[in-house]
Design a protein around this ligand. Structure first.
Ligand code: ADP
Length: 652
């Protein structure tokens, strides 16, 4: 019993001692390691969370280096005593591309390093531990260069060939390194960087492709823009030209104007200071400046004319070779005659041939006071204009020729009229004398005539009559041409017809023609010259009697057509063939029927002129074999018809 207690005490002491021994020997270290692991784990969690949160895909390889640095800095915060190095594989070995902290001597960014440990790390793709203290794997040179005792080599960024690594992280410490703690961090970083690299490659490719497509698209858009604005510009130019051309072709008188308008438009569009048309003058063999040029005075225009034999002239060369020419500074260009460039004070110069079909007719010369001012686009535009210009120039030339011819003809016509008038007047007096004496002799007042004498004198009398008739017709035509003043008085048309028919009755009888008249009871009031209108009616009746022939009927009518009075002379003679119907109103025209009868071919021309001078119209209707029907219409006087249309003028 006495031993029981001491044994119990001893047992308790031993148990206590054993507890503490076990606690100190085993539990406490395990506990502290557990705590350390717990700490490390939570540190790792924070670290990995931060890394994940700050992960991004860099858009270039340089930025890939930045993100690596960022991770290493984070790692360094967790392992403040560590040193970090980043190597990149190059052909000749390894190149140190970055490092972080705690080197006694700052390492140079060295290249061509040949350390087997690095090669091993790269080829295995796995983490390697180096430790000069524990001797786990020694790479003494590598460790000593960077003055570290232990390190982890961690490959990342895999590259071809498969399994090889392009970059390595060397995570070192001056003392023994807690490999267990550091490794997961490095693995995590490497894994992260590898994933980024893999995605990055695709992103790069995508980005590159996107950039390329963008550039292509931009180029196309730019091209389209340019083409669009060029088209708009062209459309505007075309429209302007079209307007000018329409204006020009609308009226011949504007052709000259149109030419100068085109040169003005050209000047505005290409912003030129001088635009001139040099046209080839066949007579002088020179290129001369046409009128209507832009930016030069008439005096300056006159000074510019170059013989086409002068090959030194750019204008002549353009004319002869049909090739456009452009100079940035004509005053210094050996291909241009400087004197001419100076004459108009131009520097930039464009020359374009003006061709009409296969024929070159001149050169378009466009200049600017500024140097290097015109573009290829301007030159193209001029080429188009030059074609349009050629058409207009042709028109101007034609118009000039026609108007010159017309002037000449008008002049000749005036001379002819004057001549006819003078001659007629001069002939009239002696003819009147002859006619007077012949009549006296024929009357027997100066002694008896034998049959032959009587016969001869009758022929003479008839010839004198014809000549008198011709002269009186010529004088009428001459008067009508020289814008004779017509009287304008209310005409008693019915009365005029009646008188004419009465005067012609004898003639009709002599020719065996039945002459009748029929006039509406109320003819509209018309104004005119009774002498001239009577002459027209007489002439139409005389023609009908003459050409309808013996046994025919002639009817003279007067009709009220409301707005006009229409007088007709209708016969049932041979009529007038269709081909002649328009011609019979021409001066001196005598139809087939006309040749069998004496006449001058002036009667209908005079009638037409008289009626038109009265504001009326004359025409004929005829079918061969069915007679001829001549009509003329005189417009009713508005005042008269308002006041009393239908009033009989002159009665029946
Ligand atoms: P002229 O009678 O002096 O020849 P005109 O000018 O009066 O000149 O007539 C021109 C021509 O018209 C005539 O030569 C004739 O051929 C034709 N002509 C005129 N009137 C008639 C008619 N009533 N019937 C047929 N032919 C006619």
């Amino acid at each position: 019993m006495n031993y029981f207690i001491p044994v119990l005490v001893l047992g308790a002491v031993l148990g206590f001692a054993a507890y503490w021994y076990i606690k100190f020997k085993f539990l406490l270290p395990v506990e502290s390691r557990l705590k350390a692991y717990e700490k490390a784990f939570s540190g790792f969690m924070v670290f990995s969370k931060e890394i994940l949160e700050h992960t991004y895909i860099p858009d270039s390889l340089e930025h890939y280096g930045d993100i690596t640095n960022y991770y290493l800095i984070k790692l360094h915060k967790l392992f403040p005593d560590s040193s970090m190095l980043v190597f990149e594989k190059e052909e000749a070995g390894w190149k140190l591309i970055n490092y972080l902290k705690n080197f006694k001597v700052e390492p140079k960014l060295m290249s061509s390093c040949k350390w087997a440990a690095l090669d091993r790390g790269a080829s295995g793709g796995e983490i390697i531990r180096l430790d000069s203290i524990t001797g786990a794997d020694t790479a003494s040179e590598l460790l000593s260069v960077f003055d570290i005792k232990s390190a982890i080599i961690c490959p990342f960024m895999p590259s071809a060939p498969a399994g090889n690594c392009g970059r390595l992280m060397v995570f070192g410490a001056r003392n023994s390194l807690d490999f267990e703690l550091a490794e997961p961090h490095l693995r995590f970083i490497a894994c992260q960087l590898n994933s980024i690299f893999k995605i990055e490659g695709k992103v790069f490719a995508l980005k590159k492709e996107t950039d390329r497509l963008k550039a292509e698209l931009n180029a196309v858009v730019r091209e389209l823009d340019m083409a669009g604005s060029r088209l708009i510009q062209r459309a505007k130019e075309r429209k302007a030209l079209y307007e000018v051309v329409t204006k020009v072709t609308g009226s011949e008188k504007d052709a000259q104007l149109g030419c100068s308008a085109i040169l003005n438009i050209v000047a505005k569009i290409v912003e030129a200071d001088v635009v001139a048309c040099l046209l080839f003058d066949e007579a002088s063999g020179e290129l001369v400046v046409s009128p209507g040029s832009y930016g030069i005075t008439d005096a300056e225009r006159m000074l510019y004319s170059i013989p086409v034999s002068n090959n030194a002239s750019s204008s002549v060369r353009t004319f002869l070779t049909r090739k456009s020419f452009m100079s940035g500074d004509a005053q210094k260009d050996p291909d241009v005659i400087t004197a001419y460039a100076k004459l108009w004070n131009i520097h930039s110069l464009m020359l374009v041939p003006i061709s009409k079909g296969k024929r070159v007719i001149g050169v378009l010369r466009v200049g600017s006071l500024k140097t290097n001012y015109f573009t290829q686009d301007n030159l193209e535009f001029l080429t188009v204009i030059a074609d349009e210009l050629a058409i207009i120039i042709e028109m101007v030339t034609l118009y000039d020729n026609i108007s010159r011819k017309a002037d000449e003809l008008a002049q000749l016509n005036r001379l002819k009229d004057e001549f006819l008038s003078t001659v007629s007047h001069e002939l009239k007096t002696p003819l009147t004398t002859i006619k007077g004496f012949v009549s006296v002799i024929l009357s027997g007042e100066v002694g008896p005539l034998n049959e032959q004498q009587l016969n001869f004198l009758n022929i003479t009398d008839q010839s004198v009559n014809r000549l008198t008739h011709l002269i009186s017709n010529l004088l009428d035509i001459s008067r009508l041409n020289s814008k004779v003043e017509m009287e304008s008085q209310p005409l008693a048309l019915g009365e005029l017809i009646k008188t004419s028919v009465a005067n012609m009755a004898l003639k009709a009888r002599e020719n065996g023609v039945a002459l009748v008249s029929s006039v509406d009871s109320a003819l509209p009031v018309v104004h005119g010259d009774p002498r001239w209108i009577t002459q027209v009616i007489d002439n139409l009746i005389l023609n009908a009697i003459k050409y309808a022939g013996k046994g025919s009927n002639v009817a003279v009518t007067g009709r009220n057509k409301g707005t006009a009075a229409v007088i007709g002379v209708e016969d049932n003679g041979p009529g007038i063939p269709e081909a002649e119907q328009k011609l019979v109103f021409e001066k001196f025209y005598r139809g087939k029927t006309g040749t069998i009868q004496p006449g001058t071919g002036l009667g209908l021309a005079i009638s037409k002129s008289v009626i038109e001078k009265h504001g009326g119209k004359i025409w004929l209707e005829s079918k061969p074999g069915q007679g001829a029907r001549f009509f003329f219409a005189l417009p009713a006087d508005k005042r008269g018809s308002d006041e009393g249309a239908g009033k009989v003028i002159g009665g029946q």
